[in-house]
Design a protein around this ligand. Structure first.
Ligand code: ATP
Length: 262
């Protein structure tokens, strides 16, 4: 099967700090992939390189659109990368706090809209039709993440777990083929984490590929098809949850303890 994402020799230096060190990874379509590793391993830096927030110092990031062409995305602008089909959520939630829940999702849709300035100013029928379609789609996504009844609430007034689900809805509004989730379960209670597991599984069933950075090992072990373990900017192990769990390099990176299940 052709990889969706191929990362070769990816290196990212910040002054004297090498956050990614000749990293090689291959991500296959329609899998749930977890990136794990101790603090500072380079996981978020990798997401930032993949989404155009950082331009890597060296290496290649190749993204293949389903049934389409392969593009080297190093250093492309974030909006171009979103258009190609990569979307993400953030470790520190980034919502438009003063906007409503549904407006936050509608903004995610912006990258796929056609409306131009003329249409927006003169409210042409094409623009109005498109706006209705965006509202309909945004409601459907809110239903999917269990927030339809909060559509008109200000985003800042949502509880923490709901804000994380809203970020996922906003990312889905861009119609990605690859969804990157940075610590989606952080700050969630066990019930919310259980619901999040169900949501992530259903997104995979729709044919999307998901890469998640997550410290909740129970979630990682139960959800992932494939796990990459990073330490000091390098990949130190990979495989299925069962394969990865017992590898000596992984146990060492986790300070001598076996990777916990719960
Ligand atoms: P965590 O699990 O704590 O989020 P992580 O695996 O995501 O860790 P990164 O945040 O990617 O790790 O950090 C990797 C290394 O790069 C760390 O040493 C960090 O201090 C450094 N680093 C990350 N971003 C920057 C930056 N913008 N400027 C300087 N150093 C950075």
């Amino acid at each position: 099967m052709e990889p969706l994402l191929t990362i070769r020799g990816l290196t990212m230096d910040f002054g004297g700090i090498r956050a990614l060190d000749h990293l090689d990874l291959c991500i296959l379509p329609s899998e749930i992939v977890a990136l794990i590793g101790p603090n500072g391993a380079g996981k978020t830096t990798l997401f930032n390189c993949l989404t155009g927030m950082y331009t890597p110092t060296a290496g290649d990031i190749l993204f293949t659109r389903p049934h389409s062409t392969t593009t080297r995305i190093n250093g492309l602008k974030p909006n171009r990368i979103t258009e190609l089909g990569l979307a993400r959520t953030f470790q520190n939630i980034r919502l438009f706090e003063q906007m409503t829940v549904i407006e936050n999702v509608m903004i995610g849709r912006h990258c796929r809209t056609r409306a131009n300035l003329f249409g927006a100013v003169f409210r042409t029928s094409a623009t109005l039709r498109e706006e209705q379609a965006i509202i309909g789609m945004s409601f459907a996504l809110l239903e999917r993440v269990g927030l339809a009844d909060k559509a008109n609430t200000l985003a800042k007034n949502l509880p923490y777990g709901a804000q994380r689900r809203l970020e996922i809805a906003r990312a889905l509004a861009t119609e990605p083929s690859l969804l990157l989730l940075d610590e989606p379960a952080a700050g969630m209670n066990p019930q919310e984490t259980g619901e999040l597991n169900g949501l992530i599984t259903s997104i995979k069933e729709d044919g999307l590929t998901i890469v998640l950075i997550e410290h909740d090992m129970k979630m990682v072990m139960s959800l992932s098809d494939h796990i990459f373990v990073m330490d000091h900017g390098r990949k130190i192990a990979e495989g299925t949850p069962e394969e990865v769990r017992h590898q000596p390099a992984v146990i060492r990176a986790y300070l001598g303890e076996e990777v916990p299940y719960a």
